[in-house]
Design a protein. Sequence first.
Length: 123
Amino acid sequence: MSDTMTELETKTEFTPGSGEAESDISARLADVVGKINASLDAIDWSQVGKFAKASGIILAVIVAQILIKGVLDTINLLPVVPGLLELLGLVIVGRWSWQNLSTSEKRTAVMTKVQALRQEYLG
């Protein structure tokens, strides 16, 4: 190394600051903790349970949707299974239609059930 390089290097050592800097940090910390405590005291903790339940349900639904998507993606990777599932769906819809929509009495019964459910849930 050259002499100019040694001159440019400076050694920095950590020297403990004066008591003034430490008291400044302590004052700031005490101020921040005081503000946090004041904001936490302003919360109505009896109402937090409702929000926790709602957020827990939403989180559970999101996790369930991610798991279902993973399972369906895995099933779709199998070469024969998606086509068989589509065929199975068509067969089930066909059987249900034949059993419930083949005569006018059955069609009116289905429409009556649908209207009753609509009235019950939608008012």
